[in-house]
Ligand binder design. Structure first.
Ligand code: 5RP
Length: 236
């Protein structure tokens, strides 16, 4: 994973990621999310570390760990710190409707890293979401990634159908096999159509045995930086 900017959505991602990195202060423990938008934040933090900023990062995935090491961010682990000051991460969809009870709810897990991402976000004093404007939606409707124990994927798929979902086992690109998460599990991408009550669906998914974690993040985001054609918008 590395960031590359060629205009359009990529430029929007860069704006959001680099702005979030400005929130990081000397001495902080920082959660490092996964994905192309967060990669811009990690690269900006690497430059700040080279200029003397002293931080410790906690990676949420193999990819974010590799990138953080590449750019020189010292890493630590969740069990070696008292807490996380700030976590920065991307999203696949973000509800942007102040009149909706689901305002700021997210779908994450496009990179199959949502279990560790949620763990880190939940442990952080502040969770900052970075996104390009294409991620903003009035209602969540993307398939929800659900990480499951391998032996349970068909059983869990049945339970998800009982909830009205349409699960698909995520397959690896260019490989004749499923995506395997950093935790050794599989991912079911579960289409539910429009998700009017993400909090209720989140509870239902969490109650299924052998579901390690799902990609609905409800009431997690403290601030959202959205890169646009005109600059940057802040949602808080
Ligand atoms: C990984 C994630 C990512 O944050 C999400 O998929 C957004 O990625 P990108 O910034 O590349 O659009 O949830 O599990």
């Amino acid at each position: 994973m590395s960031a590359k900017s060629s205009g359009g959505a990529d430029a929007h991602k860069r704006r959001a990621g680099e702005r979030a990195a400005e929130e990081v202060e000397d001495g902080m423990v920082v959660g490092l999310g996964t994905g192309s938008t967060t990669a811009y934040a990690i690269e900006a933090l690497g430059r700040a570390v080279a200029d003397g900023l002293e931080i410790r990062g906690i990676a949420t995935s193999f990819q974010s760990r590799r990138l953080a090491l590449d750019v020189g961010i010292p890493l630590t682990d969740l069990d070696a710190v008292d807490g996380i000051d700030l976590a920065i991460d991307g999203a696949d969809q973000v509800v942007d409707d102040p009149d909706s009870p689901a305002h700021r709810a997210l779908i994450k897990g496009g990179g199959a890293a949502h279990a560790r991402e949620k763990l880190v976000a939940a442990a952080a004093d502040r969770f900052v979401v970075v996104a390009d404007s294409s991620k903003l939606v009035p209602v969540l409707e993307a398939p929800v990634p659900v990480e499951v124990l391998p032996a349970a994927h068909t059983v869990v798929a049945d339970r998800i159908e009982d909830l009205g979902g349409d699960p698909t086992l995520r397959m690896a690109t260019h490989k004749d096999g499923p995506v395997v998460t950093d935790n050794g599990n599989l991912v079911l991408d579960c289409a539910f159509g429009s998700i009017d009550d993400p909090a209720a669906l989140a509870r239902d998914l969490s109650s299924i045995p052998a579901v390690l974690e799902h990609g609905l993040f409800v009431d997690f985001a403290d601030t959202t930086y959205v890169g646009t054609d005109d600059g940057l918008e802040v949602r808080s």
